[in-house]
Design a protein around this ligand. Structure first.
Ligand SMILES: Cc1ncc(COP(=O)(O)O)c(C=O)c1O
Length: 484
C-alpha cells in the first residue's frame, strides 16, 4: 500500500519530478529562443494595456499547474516582449545577453542567496571581492581603490555622491540636512551631456536637483573645463560649496569622453570630489589600444562602470570603486542587533557599503561570463563593435542625404537625415525612428543634440554581425526614401 503524503509534503514545493520536467522544458525553450531570436519582431505589436488586460485582475486564490502557467507565458507575455537580445536591436548600448550569462542567472536563481554579510554566504562575498579585483586590474585602478557591486550606475553614483556629501560636512550622516542654517548650499557639476542619474542622486541626497550645475560641452560634446572653472568661481563668490564634479567617459547620447585629467586638476585646486561616470565607456579599458580612455582615472575619488553595458554581464551589474573606500563605508555602516551575529568576524560585509541590506549574488554571473570569454575574448568582441560602428559611420559619410551628428568614438553612432530647415529635419528624423521601430525589424533611438533631433544607433550585442548592420542600414535608407 502506498503511504499517503504528509501535510508538509503536500504543502511543499511542486513535486521534484515535475520541477525537473519543466526545467528541461525551460532550458530547451531558452536554447531555441537564443538560436532563433532573429525570427522575432523586435518591438511587439502590442497595444498599450493589452497585455495587462489579457491577465486576471485578481491574484490567484488557488494554485495552478505549471503547464498552464508556462503556456500563458508563451501566449500572453512573450508577444509583449521587446527583444533586446535580437541582433538588430540597436537601442541604448545594445544588449549584453550571452549563453554563459543565462546559465549563470539560472544558477543564481537556484541558490537564491543573500550577499549582505560574509556569513550569509561566504562564497558570494568572496567571489564579489574577486571579480571586483579582476575588473579593477582591467581598469588599471590602483590599490587605493576598492569596489562594491550594486544594481545600476544610478545607485552607484548616488552612493559616491553620498560619500562626497559626508566629506564636505562630516555630520550629515547623523544630523541630516534639514533645519541646519549653518550648512551652505552644495553644488554638483557635470556636463550638459551627463546622465540624468546625477539629478536623481541630488534629489535622493537632499542636495536638490537645481544644485546640479550643467556645464556647457564643446563641439565634440566634452565638458568645457574653462566653463567649469567659471561656474565654480561664481558659486564660491555666492558662498556655495562645490561638492563634486562628475566627469563622464562615454556619455549616453554620443559616447563622448570628458577631459578627466583637466577636470581632476580643478577638483584638486578646490578639494572637490571627482566622480567618473564610466558606466558605458569604462569597458574600453580592456583593449590595450584604448589606454587613452583611462586618462585621469587615477586621480578620481570614485568611478562607476556598468559591466552590463559593455562587458557582456547580463543586466544588472554595476561596480563602484572608491579611493579609500572607508569613506563610503563610514557613511552607511549600520548593524542592527539581529544582524550582529552574522556580521561578526568578517573583513567585508557588503551590506556596510550602501543603503540596501539584501543583495543579489551578482558576482557569479560576472565570474562565469568573464571566465567563458576571457579578457582577450571580451576585448575582441568589443573591438568588433567598434569596427562596425566605424563601418556604419563610413556609410553615413558616403550617402549625401545623411550627416554625422557627433564623432563616433565607441559603439554609438549619432546621425541625421538632412533637410532644408531645422524643424523639417527634426520632424523627419523623429518620424523615421518611430516608423522603423514600429515595424519591428530593428530598434534605434532618437535623442537631441543641441536641441535638435538625431537618430542614434548602439552596438553591443555579440550576436550582431556585419550582415545585420547592413540590413539595418538598408531599413534606414528605405525609411529615408519614404520620408522624403
Ligand atoms: C553614462 C551613463 N551613466 C549612467 C547611466 C545610468 O545607468 P543605470 O541604468 O545603470 O542606472 C547611463 C544609462 O544609460 C549612462 O549612459
Amino acid at each position: 500500500m502506498q503511504k499517503e503524503a504528509s501535510v508538509s509534503e503536500k504543502l511543499g514545493d511542486i513535486p521534484a519530478d515535475e520541477f525537473r520536467r519543466h526545467l528541461h522544458e525551460v532550458a530547451d525553450w531558452i536554447a531555441d529562443y537564443r538560436e532563433n531570436i532573429a525570427a522575432n519582431r523586435i518591438s511587439p505589436a502590442a497595444e498599450l494595456g493589452a497585455i495587462g488586460a489579457a491577465l486576471p485582475i485578481s491574484a490567484p486564490e488557488q494554485g495552478e499547474p505549471m503547464d498552464g502557467i508556462l503556456a500563458d507565458f508563451q501566449r500572453v507575455i512573450f508577444p509583449g516582449i521587446t527583444h533586446w537580445a535580437h541582433p538588430q536591436f540597436m537601442g541604448y548600448f545594445g544588449a549584453t545577453t550571452t549563453g554563459p550569462g543565462i546559465l549563470a542567472e539560472m544558477l543564481t536563481a537556484a541558490l537564491n542567496v543573500n550577499a549582505m554579510t560574509w556569513r550569509t554566504s561566504p562564497a558570494a562575498t568572496e567571489l564579489e571581492t574577486v571579480v571586483l579585483r579582476w575588473l579593477q586590474q582591467w581598469l588599471g585602478l590602483g590599490k587605493e581603490f576598492d569596489g562594491v557591486v550594486y544594481d545600476t550606475a544610478s545607485i552607484s553614483t548616488m552612493h559616491a555622491l553620498a560619500a562626497a556629501r559626508e566629506e564636505a560636512s562630516t555630520s550629515i550622516r547623523t544630523l541630516g540636512l534639514s533645519g541646519r542654517s549653518e550648512l551652505p548650499i552644495f553644488r554638483i557639476y557635470a556636463s550638459d551631456q551627463a546622465h540624468s542619474s546625477i539629478e536623481k542622486a541630488a534629489i535622493a541626497l537632499g542636495i536638490g536637483e537645481h544644485n546640479v550645475r550643467r556645464i556647457a560641452s564643446d563641439s565634440e560634446f566634452r565638458l568645457d573645463v574653462q566653463a567649469l572653472r567659471q561656474t565654480i568661481a561664481a558659486d564660491l563668490r555666492k558662498q556655495f560649496m562645490p561638492l563634486a564634479v562628475v566627469a563622464t567617459v562615454g556619455t549616453t547620447s554620443t559616447a563622448s569622453v570628458d577631459p578627466v585629467s583637466a577636470i581632476a586638476a580643478v577638483c584638486r585646486e578646490h578639494q572637490i570630489w571627482l566622480h567618473v561616470d564610466a558606466a558605458y565607456g569604462g569597458g574600453l579599458a580592456l583593449l590595450p589600444e584604448c589606454e587613452w580612455v583611462k586618462e585621469g582615472w587615477d586621480e578620481a575619488d570614485s568611478l562607476v562602470i556598468n559591466p552590463h553595458k559593455m562587458l557582456f554581464v547580463p543586466f544588472d551589474f554595476s561596480a563602484l570603486y572608491v579611493r579609500e573606500i572607508a569613506r563610503l563605508r563610514n557613511v552607511f555602516t549600520l548593524v542592527p542587533d539581529y544582524l550582529r551575529g552574522d556580521a561578526a568576524g568578517a573583513e567585508i560585509n557588503y551590506m556596510d557599503y550602501g543603503v540596501q541590506l539584501g543583495r543579489r549574488f551578482r558576482a557569479l554571473k560576472a565570474w562565469i561570463v568573464w571566465r567563458a570569454f576571457g579578457r582577450e575574448g571580451i576585448a575582441a568582441r568589443i573591438r568588433e563593435h567598434l569596427r562596425l560602428a566605424q563601418l556604419f559611420t563610413g556609410w553615413i559619410d558616403d550617402d549625401a542625404r545623411f550627416q554625422l551628428a557627433a564623432p563616433t568614438i565607441m559603439g554609438v553612432v549619432c546621425f541625421r537625415l538632412k533637410a532644408t530647415d531645422d524643424a523639417t529635419r527634426d520632424r523627419l528624423n523623429s518620424r523615421i525612428v518611430e516608423t522603423i521601430n514600429a515595424a519591428g525589424e530593428t530598434y534605434l533611438m532618437q535623442t537631441k543634440l543641441r536641441g535638435r533631433a538625431v537618430m542614434r544607433l548602439g552596438l553591443g550585442n555579440l550576436l550582431t554581425t556585419e550582415e545585420h548592420l547592413r540590413a539595418v542600414w538598408e531599413i534606414i535608407r528605405g525609411a529615408a526614401d519614404s520620408a522624403a
